[in-house]
Design a protein around this ligand. Structure first.
Ligand SMILES: CC(C)(COP(=O)(O)OP(=O)(O)OC[C@H]1O[C@@H](n2cnc3c(N)ncnc32)[C@H](O)[C@@H]1OP(=O)(O)O)[C@@H](O)C(=O)NCCC(=O)NCCS
Length: 176
């Protein structure tokens, strides 16, 4: 049984845990240990995620299976960006599904909720930054009409990485 809900400040600790775990699971290599530590220290921790949950411009969405947190997403409801031609753009800031749930439909249920959350906040488009060497995520976003409209630097520890900026019109047909 899958439950999708908005996060509450009481979820901060478990959110920090899954955020760090899924980030490492996705991007850790033997060569990037120091940058990974720097990035995780800066980005993940109970108080950091608590502030994100409390931020009125950030919707944090959790997916639970049998009370276990298996995925989450964060949407910056109003997030203009130069290369994003939209009147009311939202940003998909983070989308992470635990590895054992990849390819099993969890990400699609979560994307439906992401799009409805952005739409309810008045967004007409949604954009995101994705690492240029993350083909699975790029293929997933393509299914929702995301197209590359620019690029930016994602500072990963001491390593400036190239992110593709992708954008999609919010399409009601993807909302359950
Ligand atoms: C990105 C993510 C949310 C997608 O969820 P998912 O359940 O894996 O998505 P799906 O399996 O439905 O779709 C991924 C598609 O990429 C394809 N794919 C897998 N590996 C691929 C590769 N190396 N190159 C290209 N396409 C690939 C899959 O086959 C699938 O397409 P298909 O359904 O036509 O077969 C999930 O993989 C995830 O959380 N990844 C780790 C975190 C992450 O990268 N987040 C995004 C940060 S911007």
């Amino acid at each position: 049984m899958i439950t999708i809900r908005q996060a509450h400040p009481d979820d901060s600790e478990v959110l920090a845990h899954i955020a760090k775990h899924t980030f490492r699971e996705t991007f850790a290599t033997k060569k990037n240990l120091t940058d990974m530590e720097l990035h995780c220290a800066k980005s993940f921790g109970t108080e950091i995620q608590r502030q994100e949950i409390l931020d009125p411009n950030c919707a944090t969405i959790l997916v639970e299976v049998k009370d276990q947190l298996v995925a989450f997403a964060q949407v910056r409801l109003h997030s203009p960006k130069a290369c994003v031609a939209a009147d009311h753009p939202s940003e998909l800031h983070r989308l992470y599904v635990s590895k054992e749930w990849h390819g099993r439909g969890v990400a699609h249920k979560l994307m439906s909720k992401i799009l409805s959350t952005a739409s309810d906040a008045g967004a007409d488009h949604i954009w995101l930054g994705v690492w240029e060497h993350n083909p699975r995520a790029i293929a997933f976003y393509g299914k929702y009409g995301f197209r590359v409209v620019g690029e930016h630097i994602f500072q990963f520890g001491s390593d400036p990485q190239r992110d593709l900026v992708m954008m999609a019109e919010i399409n009601e047909s993807f909302i359950a």
